[in-house]
Design a protein around this ligand. Structure first.
Ligand SMILES: Cc1ncc(CN)c(N)n1
Length: 227
């Protein structure tokens, strides 16, 4: 199955991080969602941690609004904040409520170190750099789940109990967000480092940021498998 088209910069970054990207998008946790063998306890533990993750990720996308230089950049970043806090997190709230975990317990959950490392790494990339640095660190999160969702929607076992999760990330709304984010990244990089991304002096550092965030995604799945 070919990877979905989320823009030029993403295609280059993904290729530059081939081994960790494979480890992230084909992780045992992901395969367990696909065939339904992931233990429920692991899934719920992951969802609680992921709720906290999304709180901090929303803060990072809000930082992208303040790092923007055009209204189009601001609109794209603000749309992602909205998608995270008003749509994606609803999956976590609803699924956890059905399992007897109330939303206030989600908001106050103790973060696992793998979670803390990832979110604070991304926030620091944004605070210490510009929008290009921040987007390189944010891209594996948004676009990786888009790629995973697309594949799982096509390959899932019909009776996996994780259909809601797969539909959230494989569905049209999330896929539109991925395409918009990919286009926003391409435009933001062209504006800051020129249209020939991979030839720009800053490219190796942006690639390193994308690769580090991808490795932290692998750690997040590992964490999910050890409640
Ligand atoms: C850890 C993680 N990475 C990515 C996503 C998709 N927004 C997420 N919900 N959680």
């Amino acid at each position: 199955m070919t990877a979905p088209d989320y823009g030029r910069a993403f295609a280059l970054w993904r290729q530059g991080a081939a081994a960790p990207w494979q480890a992230y998008t084909r992780h045992a946790f992901v395969e367990g969602l696909k065939d339904g063998t992931l233990p429920r306890e692991s899934f719920l533990h992951y969802l609680v941690q992921d709720y906290v993750f999304l709180v901090h990720f929303s803060r990072a996308w809000a930082l992208a609004v303040t790092k923007s230089r055009t209204l189009d950049e601001m609109k794209a970043a603000a749309a992602t904040v909205n998608a995270l806090v008003n749509h994606e997190m609803q999956l976590h709230v609803t699924t956890c409520a059905e399992a007897g975990i109330p939303e206030d317990a989600l908001f106050t959950a103790t973060e696992r170190p793998e979670n803390l490392a990832y979110t604070r790494y991304v926030l620091d990339a944004g605070h210490s750099g510009d929008l290009a640095d921040l987007l390189a660190a944010l891209a594996p999160c948004v676009l990786g789940y888009g790629e995973i969702g697309t594949r799982l929607a096509a390959e899932r076992a019909p009776d996996t109990p994780y259909g809601d999760w797969i539909e959230t990330y494989g569905g049209a709304e999330y896929q539109d967000l991925c395409r918009d984010t990919g286009a926003m990244i391409d435009a933001a990089l062209a504006r800051r480092i020129g249209p020939e991304f991979a030839a720009a002096p800053r490219w190796p550092e942006l690639q390193a940021q994308f690769t580090r965030a991808t490795v932290l995604e692998v750690g997040f799945w590992d964490m999910g498998m050890t409640p």
